[in-house]
Design a protein around this ligand. Sequence first.
Ligand code: AMP
Length: 503
Amino acid sequence: MGANDECGIFGILGTPEAARHTYYGLHALQHRGQESSGIVTSTYDEAEERPVMPIHKDFGLVLDVFDEEELFSQKLLGDHGIGHNRYSTSGASESRTNVQPFLVHDRKGNLALSHNGNLSNARELRRAFSEQGTLFQTTSDSELILHLIAQSRRERRVDQIIDALTQVEGAFSLVLLTDDHLIAVRDPNGFRPLALGRLGDAGQPGGPAWCVASETCAFDMIGADYVRDVEPGEILVIDRETAARGDASAFESYEVPGRHGVSQCIFEYVYFSRPDSKIFGEMVDKVRRQIGRQLALEAPVPEVEEGEKEPIVIPVPDSANTATLGYANECRKQGQRCHFEIGLIRNHYVGRTFIAPGQDQREMKVRGKFNTVEGLLRGRPVVVVDDSIVRGTTARYLVDMLRDSGAASVHFRVTSPPVVNPCFYGMDFPNESELLANQFDEVAEIGDFLGVDSLAYLSVEGLMEAVQTANKKNDLGYCNACFTGDYPVPVEPGQQKEEFEWR
Ligand code: AMP
């Protein structure tokens, strides 16, 4: 997969604590990427009489990469900064040069970039640059954006950025740091979320600070308030003077023209974002509960005979917790006998399942990540709910574990439709042949493979309806290509595969 697909990005301007706030923000966004982390700030070097951008980045979790106080008190100085958490799982990830933020210097000064997403015309752009003799330092799409900016003949940095972004396609939520600005960008399709927040108010000395983050849980961490989403196709320019005045509507805002409509990633609601975040204008918790309720209408708990024990409904923690509450509540509302239990316990000190390379290690990670609460499960019908089945590794091993713990029967419910297509816009799915749902013709056959008594997925229509019901204010449209194959931005056949093979 791409080197910058699933990621968390954060930026802040207008506080001497810029690096520290970025650190806290990135920590709150740790679920979006655990492989590497980095922060760059902007400050003025009195000795050299020029603006400089100190940077620190490395492989590892935020708390490990930034484990020395001097980094904040002596190195990452300045009142604006950006940060990045990267998820990537492929060979590309082994290369240190791919760790973001990226930092370059050209005739207009310093420029740093954090990118969440995946460009779909990266191969084409890279070919064009290579023909001109451009040398690349990384194998990441994000570097292409920097080359395009540097090549622009426009005078103002902001115009160069607009120039560059009109030439890229696909998914890009970006934060850019110039010597004077913090710039936040969402691609015209609005694939990935990005929100604007304010820390403090206009009355405080120097005015409030302004921050942007992939998810609003990063604002809560630093005590900032959500102001609004960065709109699909918006380039929001946060400059010092306007920032100090405290009025968000006074920031310059430009448009990246789009040709393919708006298609926000539905999988952010299904799985990726945190339930305590507001994305695409609505709390993930609210949307996820509705998704669970919808599944209960389509595939309730199985009926049990008189005298049989009441089924328990258990989530695969943590990602399915919220949807499972919606599911169990709705089943009970519909008069079905069942109750919610915590039957699987998660060990939080194991990275996400996907990070382990190679199948054997993946299996070990499932076992290292979850354990069963035997006393709850023994002799009971168990309905286990997960947000998605991708390769099927998690589901298969969990079913074995539930049976070993004495469950009377095991019923699997999935709060999304079968994942049958790769994502070219930033979600880390394996290629088509590795997706479990592509290996069988019928859902029942998948159920047999998993060893369950029954299996049901949410329908595509049900998912779309649930999201629209929970987020009525946002009628911009969603991408559900991983379930339907309807790719909103065309992708050259074979493009991604080839792209990633040489990385
Ligand atoms: P799998 O074991 O391959 O079927 O993966 C499914 C599990 O991984 C589910 O429990 C999801 O919560 C989680 N998951 C789903 N999509 C992703 C993704 N893109 N990256 C990492 N984990 C995921």
